[in-house]
Design a protein around this ligand. Sequence first.
Ligand SMILES: Nc1ncnc2c1ncn2[C@@H]1O[C@H](COP(=O)(O)OP(=O)(O)OP(=O)(O)O)[C@@H](O)[C@H]1O
Ligand SMILES: [Mg+2]
Length: 345
Amino acid sequence: MFKRKKSLVGLDIGSNVVKAIELTEFGDQMCITGFGSKVIPSPEALADTIVETFREAGIKSRRVATAVSGRSVIVRYINMMQMSDEDLRNALRFEADKYIPFELDEVVLDCAKLEEFTTGAEGGDDEMKVLLVAVKRNLIDEHIELIQGLGLTPTVVDVDSFALGNAFELNLLNSPRVEDDEKVIALIDIGAVKTNINILRGNTSYFSREVYLAGNDFTESISRRLSIDLNEALQLKMDPEGREEEIEESLLPALDDLGNEIHLSFDFFENQFDREVDEIYISGGSSSLPGLKETFERIFDRRIETWDPTEHMEIRGDRINIQELKDKGPQLSVAVGLASRLLDR
Ligand SMILES: Nc1ncnc2c1ncn2[C@@H]1O[C@H](COP(=O)(O)OP(=O)(O)OP(=O)(O)O)[C@@H](O)[C@H]1O
Ligand SMILES: [Mg+2]
């Protein structure tokens, strides 16, 4: 048989940086064949920045998987009586009405069965845990319009936190390490406006939440505490030039706040499932913030790993700047997770 060659671009349109990862399937092997990343200088320049990202990276494929996030995306984990997938689809609108703070005709709904279980001991009810996702229709429409307007074909519109989980799953799949399926893993992606928390067990998401505290707030903290303007604060954040101690100190209150928010999420998960979070992995552009890892290790009293979703992936293509790809690895988790939808059949 001929080897099929199929490509998909994971396009992560962050609030600060556009990231694109092109994955191509050669026979049964999946390779990174394109990589681009560009800061969005202003909201008006978004479309141009996406075009430039594709052009500079030399990405030819037009099929993209993207994601939405933010306050117009509602994710809920609910318990329902066990039923068939078809019945679940029919019950969805009714069920959703109880959990979604928007009018139902304003949203696009989706759901997935997570697991079935029986409550209590004898005579308990057969229940199931269901993941419910509602996204404001106008957010999806605008998103698709933007992408189509650039001559790209949107094949998947996902949600940031699930893309993050998919990237982690792909990384495990390619990893030589054998993993314990029952381990509870917390993924924390720290971007510019938000931090995404996704708690997984056996590759299934049991909790996810966005906290609106991230890179922009860190820049503001530095600016306020050192009485310098935001541009200077941003530069110092990225490259402290011998002022590490001062910068780290100015960041401590913001990092404490974020750490405490994450802690609340862990508490919620642990109370609900009676399981502790075993391992914590951080990613996102702000995961390399000076002092962040150490502060979190102190708050959570355990080791925290920064992970790179491209770590075990094949890279092909003469236009890929491998050094840049490796430097930005942790920032590419959502883009890699989106591109991994190439595996969907
Ligand atoms: N070396 C670094 N040290 C500290 N912060 C950094 C570094 N590199 C990038 N950042 C910060 O990371 C953020 C961008 O990261 P990322 O690309 O993950 O965000 P985004 O996806 O655009 O934002 P969001 O997910 O919040 O919409 C910015 O706030 C930037 O200042
Ligand atoms: Mg992001």
